[in-house]
Design a protein around this ligand. Sequence first.
Ligand code: ADP
Ligand code: MG
Length: 353
Amino acid sequence: FDMFFLAFVERLFRPTFRKDDFVLGKKLGEGAFGVVYRASLAKKPSSKKEGDLVLKKATEYGAVEIWMNERVRRACASSCADFVYGFLERSSKKGGEYWLIWRFEGEVTLYDLMQSKDFPYNVEAMILKEVPDLPKGLERENRIIQTIMRQILFALDGLHSTGIVHRDIKPQNIIFSEGSRSFKIIDLGAAADLRVGINYIPKEFLLDPRYAAPEQYIMSTQTPSAPSPPVATILSPVLWQMNLPDRFDIYSAGLIFLQMAFPGLHTDSSLIQFNRQLKRCDYDLAAWRKSVEPRAGPELRRGFELLNLDGGIGWELLKSMVRYKARQRISAKAALAHPYFDREGLLALSFMQ
Ligand code: ADP
Ligand code: MG
């Protein structure tokens, strides 16, 4: 009750908008479920001609996406792009369109940044206060990748602690926020909120096969369809513990870690090829390494070298994220406490062994 009431009160006191309040700018993206534009308020057109807002016109899944964004804003605002408002715009089209408005966070996603030959150095000055006093090389690259991974896991931990599984974690859905100088998650169109049963039944067709974990259903197929909200609020922590649906996102984040460490895996086609190899190894990353390392070219060898730094602590974290069984994967919170993220990671590891 209180959650719905608070949401209602909050909505009463926030400004409301309609279609005519916005001027559309450049198209930023177009998916199967919506189109995304830059936009600005008609009343006060921003000095920049492109506008300081982002607008998504979405089909029927827009309703879920609005719900998720409102929940994120109340519970873990810093995890995701800053959501302004969402509404149903009734139009001639059957059922109308959902309009979703965010603040424009920045020009580039992690995907855009990874396409540069200069990655990860092109990210260095964006996220590190002081550029390390190190020559360009593996250790310095590792520092940058570490910081990006920490920010992704921090944002994921926020979502998961709120009871939300994103289900579409990939570099294209990680935006660099120029305001906070950090990476944030976008695109909650495929997300599931387990505490209240919203979008509880996974829509497998929404999942991106390049980053999806091997499990078809993030909740066990024996779990019946979503209970109604009051029941779900009581039951869902139990269901969460039983099924660990958050580990779906951890697998995807692990693949991003892998992609960042191996420049050869930056493109989609190379990732698809990797997925095929991993499947052949029964999703055992150590077995994959054994199969490719002996005949690895210089790029692949360099990636293993990076993950081998500090006693192989990066490789160890990666292995605990990319595992076949969801319950064997590390949680976002535990990953953040992993010695890989310690400055004294090496020391911590020597204690562990
Ligand atoms: P889609 O359903 O098309 O994948 P997204 O929500 O992922 O929709 O948005 C598409 C693209 O629009 C993103 O990849 C990103 O480049 C851009 N974008 C989305 N939200 C923002 C934002 N808040 N600030 C800046 N760019 C954004
Ligand atoms: Mg997207």
